[in-house]
Design a protein around this ligand. Sequence first.
Ligand SMILES: [Zn+2]
Length: 129
Amino acid sequence: MTQLLSSESPPTVPPPSADHARHWQRLEAERRFRLEQLAALDAEAPPTPRHESVQQALRIAATTALDEIEAALGRLQDGRYGVCVTCALPIPAERLDVLPMTSLCMACHYNEQNCRLAGSGRGGDGRGA
Ligand SMILES: [Zn+2]
């Protein structure tokens, strides 16, 4: 007989609130906008090869944004919305108001940015041990 004693408490899921309904609406509106944008890009025949590469860049940007929006909607559905995917701390509502599709709190967002900058040549103070 195995008994699992978990000393870790599961992450607390915030109950659906008016705040999340607001973010859900924003995300749905963004999603519609991106889908329309992609449909318009597909419908439009590029007049020149240069236009075609611009269209391609726009399509990639719209697809990336759409992926982030759909991931955020998925987190809303399974109750993980508004919680940082890296450190599991709540993401402040003000941040979600500005970026409803974000999956990172400010600290983790900056950490990620710093890692990218450090990776491209700028030496940091390292992580220490
Ligand atoms: Zn975080």
